[in-house]
Design a protein around this ligand. Structure first.
Ligand SMILES: [Zn+2]
Ligand SMILES: [Zn+2]
Length: 402
């Protein structure tokens, strides 16, 4: 490549302080999914000031910037999510959240700063970029999900994205290291609401009613047999009933119980199987007890599956930058969800974790904690890693090695 890492790193160092202040500014004014108006206006201003063509209002509050390099192909897509969580921050920093009950407790403020840094560094070396770079600022990752509506609005087309990368600042990994995993990294996330209907009666005359509570208890128990008896013991899946509500008082047979739950796993086949078995079990038990039911099963995020070929390149490029020892192969996936999975269903790519924890600095609170913070040294490193990857992956693509 025409540009050396030294040149990129020097440019990153020059803008490091600016990126940290952007991160802190966004941290002070967190906005929930699809409400990221102020956040979007900061991003728009920054991209425009760099002369980058920017489309706003994609999937509501999302933005897409396009950096044009030497030729049209390949197009590397880079994604940062923009939303905060409904959490009250308990940190003592000068840049603590000013929006009560809202907090950037997952590091998305850092993701925005990193991608704006990438935009600035790449703009400085535009003539050297082999193809084009699409900067995707996505709303509502924490829910209800901004990736799918962005895709439906054509974010991966015109020009068509050939490779897509995302990163997530990650507390469990020390700053200066990355975590990467081939294949499944995050689980599919589905939700269900189940209403079981029976017939009310006096608690002393259960034979005159149909007990929805007894039926619900059988359903809850039997749903657990899907994981223990239908899923191979070497694979992982979760069925959790997290909420149950029903009945009136101790001496009335309840005629209705409402259940809410989540289902997670790592493959499309398993996902189909679990949904099918759930319906079969619920319907079988209800038939046996005389209840009726309404099951509303909703597919939210698919499992996040990385492309091993692209991971291989990332491990090599990032290993050269930070040392192979600092590239951690994640042994296990997490049953958390991440809607970057929708992009990876359409385009080869990778989603890797960038360490943001630092025990010495006391930065140890997990993601989604009201004490969560990031080691801001991860921001310039993230920019350095992504800018290098844009050049290296584009070249490999053109050499037909991807
Ligand atoms: Zn999160
Ligand atoms: Zn997150």
């Amino acid at each position: 490549m025409g540009v050396t890492n030294k040149q990129l790193k020097n440019t990153v160092n020059k803008i490091k302080d600016k990126l940290i202040s952007i991160r802190r500014d966004i941290h002070m004014y967190p906005e929930l999914g699809f409400e990221e108006k102020r956040t979007a206006s900061i991003i728009e201003k920054e991209l425009s000031s760099l002369g980058i063509e920017v489309k706003t209002g994609v999937a509501g509050t999302g933005l897409v910037g396009l950096i044009k390099g030497r030729q049209e192909k390949p197009v590397v897509g880079l994604r940062a999510d923009m939303d905060a969580l409904s959490i009250t921050e308990k940190n003592k920093s000068s840049y603590i959240s000013r929006n009560k009950g809202k907090m950037h407790a997952c590091g998305h403020d850092g993701h925005i700063a990193i991608l704006l840094g990438v935009a600035e560094v790449l703009s400085a070396f535009k003539e050297d970029i082999p193809g084009q770079v699409k900067l995707i600022f996505q709303p509502a990752e924490e829910g209800p999900g901004g990736a799918l509506p962005m895709i439906e609005e054509g974010v991966l087309d015109n020009p068509k994205v050939d490779i897509i990368l995302g990163l997530h600042l990650w507390q469990d990994i020390p700053v200066g290291k990355i975590g990467i995993r081939d294949g499944a990294e995050f689980a599919s996330v589905d939700e269900f609401d189940l209403i079981i209907k029976g017939k009310a009666a006096h608690g002393a005359s259960p034979h005159q009613g149909v007990d929805a509570i007894l039926t619900a208890s059988q359903v809850i128990n039997s749903l657990q047999s899907i994981v223990s008896r239908n899923v191979a013991p070497t694979e992982a899946a979760v069925i959790t009933v997290g909420k149950i509500n029903g009945g009136y008082r101790r001496n009335i047979i309840a005629d209705e119980v409402n259940l809410e739950g989540t289902v997670r796993c790592f493959s499309a086949e398993l996902r189909d199987m679990i949904e099918k078995r759930m319906e079969e079990i619920i319907s079988g038990i209800c038939q046996g007890t005389g209840c009726t039911y309404i099951l509303d099963y909703r597919r939210e995020y698919p499992p996040l599956i990385n492309t091993p070929e692209i991971n291989r390149q990332i491990k090599s490029v990032v290993g050269d930058l930070i040392g192979q020892d600092s590239v951690i192969t994640l042994q296990k996936p997490t049953l958390g969800g991440e809607d970057f999975a929708f992009f990876l269903e359409k385009v080869p790519g990778s989603f890797f974790l960038l360490g943001s924890g630092n025990i010495e600095k006391g930065i140890t609170a997990p993601q989604h904690s009201s004490y969560h913070n990031i080691d801001e040294d991860a921001i310039p490193l993230g920019v350095e890693i992504l800018t290098n990857l844009v050049f290296q992956l584009s070249n490999k693509f053109l050499e037909k090695k991807l």
